[in-house]
Design a protein around this ligand. Structure first.
Ligand code: SER
Length: 320
């Protein structure tokens, strides 16, 4: 990775990944790609180049790749699961036509491409416990449909054209820098804001609903490590299960109450999100990622909760 384009650089993953790449690979150029209305601000804007990079505009992407001699593209543009149910055609356009644009450019210009997949690529007929790397993928949400198609199209471009495509299936990602938006797992981020502010949290996911989750530093490390891995060790590419922790709402609330005992929660289950959550794995088996490129998480539930609360207090200027 020398010259890198991060598409979706102002989103939940992109805002932190762009900064990590700029910090850790200082000899590289890391271009922050964004769409109008989601302009980079602060350090993200001042620490390196930024360009309008709309996945639906192939020429615009090709021009950026040419201008900066891009060799690696992180394709982080996507509508998350609940939003994709509201706007299925838009989700298809961004996730599929956008990906096709990127893969075509990558084929011509010899770029490596990372496009995340998700726990959302699984569906109701997938084994829910210790979900295997290779298993049934028949998702019932538009988000899931596009994620399975992303995996297949990325593998297709690898086997047919030799494009260096790589990917992980992210769990729900928990972070304090940039809020996610429209995801089924967002509750596990939003509860921290309510807890730190001393507000009641209204939970849209029913008690007892297990989903895989991951703290952002681990997710970022995975995104970097898989692109730096030796592909000779790969038996898979698109996409690897990676897991760090699995919990249901009551478990994360209990973990937060160790630090903020007054956390109050009320359930108002959102049927759209609940249906999606029920169709997803309870916990993925990530043995292949561990064996093929050394995936290993640092944060479990308690470490994540402690770090989230401390950093969110600093961010929101709220004393303990
Ligand atoms: N966090 C995503 C969502 O909930 C899943 O990958 O949509």
């Amino acid at each position: 990775m020398k010259n890198i384009l991060v598409i979706g650089s102002t989103g939940q993953i992109g805002s932190e990944l762009t900064m990590k790449l700029r910090r850790e690979v200082p000899e590289s150029t890391v271009v922050a790609g964004y769409i109008p209305g989601f302009e980079p601000k602060g350090e993200l804007l001042t620490s390196g180049p930024a360009e309008v990079a709309d996945v639906c505009n192939r020429q615009q992407l090709a021009d950026i790749v040419e201008k900066y001699g891009i060799d690696t593209i992180y394709n982080l543009a996507a509508l998350l699961s609940a939003t994709a149910e509201k706007y299925p055609l838009k989700a298809w356009d961004i996730q599929m036509n956008g990906l096709l644009n990127i893969l075509e450019i990558a084929r011509e210009k010899h770029c490596a491409v990372f496009t995340p997949s998700s726990i959302g690529s699984f569906g109701p007929s997938t084994p829910h416990d210790n979900t295997p790397q290779d298993t049934i993928q028949r998702p019932t949400s538009m988000y899931g449909v596009t994620k399975v198609a992303t995996e297949l199209l990325s593998d297709y471009y690898n086997t047919k054209y030799g494009v260096d495509t790589r990917s992980v299936r992210f769990p729900g990602l928990i972070s304090y820098t940039t809020l996610p938006g429209g995801g089924t797992t967002d509750y596990a981020v939003e509860v921290f804001y309510a807890a730190v502010k001393g507000e009641e949290f209204v939970c849209p996911i029913a008690p007892g609903t297990y989903m895989d989750m991951m703290y952002m530093p681990d997710a970022l490390q995975a995104a970097v490590d898989i692109m730096n891995a030796d592909p000779k060790c790969f038996k898979h590419r698109n996409s690897f299960n990676i897991a760090a922790m699995s919990f249901e709402p009551e478990e994360i609330f209990a973990a937060i109450r160790k630090y903020i005992p007054g956390l109050k929660v009320r359930y108002e289950v959102d049927p759209v999100r609940q249906k999606i959550a029920d169709s997803w794995p309870n916990k993925m088996d990530d043995t292949c990622a561990r064996e093929e490129w050394g995936w290993c998480e640092k944060y479990g539930l308690d470490e994540m909760v402690r770090d989230m609360i401390a950093n969110l207090r600093i961010k929101l200027g709220i004393a303990e």
